[in-house]
Design a binder for this molecule. Structure first.
Ligand code: NDP
Length: 293
């Protein structure tokens, strides 16, 4: 049976380390990192995420500001709010919870955020920084996935990796992060031919597809490490629902060397990395070194 990579436990350890680092930034430099989260509308899943982000931020010593706006909020109002936050020195991270209502151009909103405060790492400047090896903000889900891989393997140099899914928020940044670690990376997607064989060639498999349990155990190279980014709610025969990943966990855990569960794998690391990015941004804005953990 594969070793279980416990993202919940790893995220708790990361938050504990950050709590100490943030306390020492405050003690030595009088800096308190600030995170502003903007939620437009009443999407229940987004409300849960935003609440959870705010709670965990406060627990780590980060000031958390929430802007809850009506779903009729105009694009102009939102852009003005972002502009104000860009100019507010107490705010180091700005996150606009997606999806936004249809009348708002999400790309325009994300591009309005100061790249140095873009803790989601979605701004085109940060996308470019990641692909050219610059010092930008790295998207939270791929960053959390990489941290777990490095914690388990140490150096990833020379390993073969397949990223299944080529989205801008997960697949592409994950590809670039693994490439930066000197993995030999393949990116698979819905048009990839013989995808099972492509996946079976890899020492590391990252699945970010949004198709419940797509990657089966017999797609996996024996001993490979599997990072399951997917979060899918499926309906069971008895009418109840269940969260599953993009990997068929039961069959994959019999073949893989290590695997992340869903829930309790990548999910908790995403929020922890948002707080990490906020702490890093606060240090950069104030020209101070990130304290050792
Ligand atoms: P997108 O829908 O934006 O992208 C999905 C990608 O998967 C596309 O590149 C698509 O290919 C590819 N794909 C779809 N079907 C197949 C298939 N049958 N075979 C191979 N590739 C396929 O999804 P996201 O990247 O936003 O999210 C992926 C998953 O990760 C979702 O389950 C989402 O809920 C989850 N997620 C989890 C997060 C976390 O915190 N744990 C954070 C963000 C996402 P093509 O481009 O060719 O269409």
């Amino acid at each position: 049976m594969a070793h279980l990579i416990d993202g919940k436990q790893f995220a708790a350890k990361l938050r504990e380390k950050m709590t100490g680092q943030i306390a020492s930034i405050k003690a030595d430099h009088n800096i308190v990192p600030g995170l502003a989260v903007v939620l437009v509308g009443e999407d229940p899943a987004s409300q849960v995420y935003v609440r959870s982000k705010g709670k965990q931020a406060k627990e780590c010593g980060i000031t958390s500001i929430e802007h809850k706006l009506e779903d009729t909020t105009s694009q102009e109002f939102l852009l003005n709010l972002i502009n104000e936050m860009n100019n507010d020195p107490a705010i180091n991270g700005i996150l606009v919870q997606l999806p936004l209502p249809k009348h708002i151009d999400s790309a325009k909103v994300l591009e309005a955020i100061d790249p140095a405060k873009d803790v989601d790492g979605f701004h085109p400047i940060n996308v470019g920084m990641l692909s050219t090896g610059g010092k930008g903000m790295v998207p939270c889900t791929p960053l959390g996935s990489l941290m777990m891989l490095q914690d388990y393997h140490g150096d990833l140099t020379g390993m073969t990796a397949v990223v299944v899914g080529r989205s801008n928020i997960v697949g592409k940044p994950m590809f670039n992060l693994l490439l930066q670690q000197s993995c030999t990376v393949t990116m698979a997607h819905s048009r990839t031919k013989n995808i099972e064989d492509v996946v079976r060639a890899a020492d590391i498999v990252v699945a970010a597809v949004g198709v419940p349990e797509l990657v089966k155990g017999d797609w996996i190279k024996p001993g490979a490490t599997v990072i399951d980014v997917g979060i899918n709610r499926i309906q069971l025969e008895d009418g109840k629902t269940k969260l599953v990943g993009d990997v068929h966990f039961e069959s994959a855990q019999k073949v893989a060397g290590a695997i992340t569960p869903v829930p309790g794998g990548v999910g908790p690391m995403t929020i922890a990395c948002l707080l990490y990015n906020t702490m890093v941004a606060a240090c950069r804005h104030n020209n101070v070194e990130l304290p050792a953990a």
